[in-house]
Design a protein around this ligand. Structure first.
Ligand SMILES: [Zn+2]
Length: 218
């Protein structure tokens, strides 16, 4: 919203307020500044910040609750796999960035890929991690390198389906139910800034629970 439009709507808002509610101009100025700051942050986030890492927030919260039944590493692999298509489309300069990968049918397919390739890649990374921390004072960080199939499957499919769900709220070029429907009922059900904050909140809470529980299973 341009600032002139914002100023006009604030004047209109002030006229509609009961007399004496905002006693002086400082209150009004504070309100205007807060609104302007919120709009600016929201615009900056929309334009510049990639959402992929924020998907890890809900993943951490799910991990904190489900423990060994959910692989956070395979979940992370699924997030990256989901955003390969938009990345390629950004580089190509396409007008639609979120195509087949950001549909529930696409999520099913990328979930299957993440299950098999993500599990193998994650186990390889865990083995490399164990080699890195095999020394005397870091030996306590060694983990079992195996990921069970149920944990890999929950990580992969919760990963891809939650990705489509969350992205549906913020991307207007998405058709999550394609090829069955072109609708997206979730679009803008909450401001994008709130969605980022929610993901950060879930991530921090999940990490704190995991740390408190001393959880070390991937
Ligand atoms: Zn995405």
């Amino acid at each position: 919203m341009p600032s002139s439009q914002l100023a006009a709507s604030l004047v209109a808002m002030r006229a509609s307020l009961p007399r004496g509610l905002i006693k002086n101009d400082i209150g009004m100025l504070f309100l205007a500044e807060s609104l302007l700051a919120y709009i600016t942050v929201d615009q900056v986030i929309r334009k510049t910040m990639p959402f992929t890492p924020f998907h890890m927030g809900p993943g951490a919260a799910i991990k904190a609750v489900t423990g060994k039944y959910f692989s956070l590493m395979v979940f992370g692999f699924a997030q990256v796999a989901m955003d390969v298509e938009p990345l390629v489309r950004i580089l190509r300069g396409d007008s639609v960035l979120h195509g087949f990968s950001h549909t529930y049918v696409g999520a099913l397919l990328i979930g299957i890929i993440s299950l098999f390739i993500g599990k193998a890649v994650s186990e390889r990374l865990l083995r490399a991690w164990n080699v890195m921390v095999r020394f005397r004072y870091t030996r306590w960080l060694v983990v079992s390198p195996g990921i069970t199939w149920p944990a890999a499957a929950s990580g992969a499919f919760i990963g891809t389906f939650s990705h489509v769900f969350l992205d549906s709220i913020m991307h207007s070029d998405m058709q999550p139910f394609s090829p069955f429907s072109a609708s997206n009922g979730l679009l803008h059900i909450m401001p994008v800034g709130w969605l980022y904050l929610l993901c950060v909140f879930l991530g921090v809470s999940g990490l704190m629970i995991m740390l408190a529980a001393g959880m070390r299973n991937k």
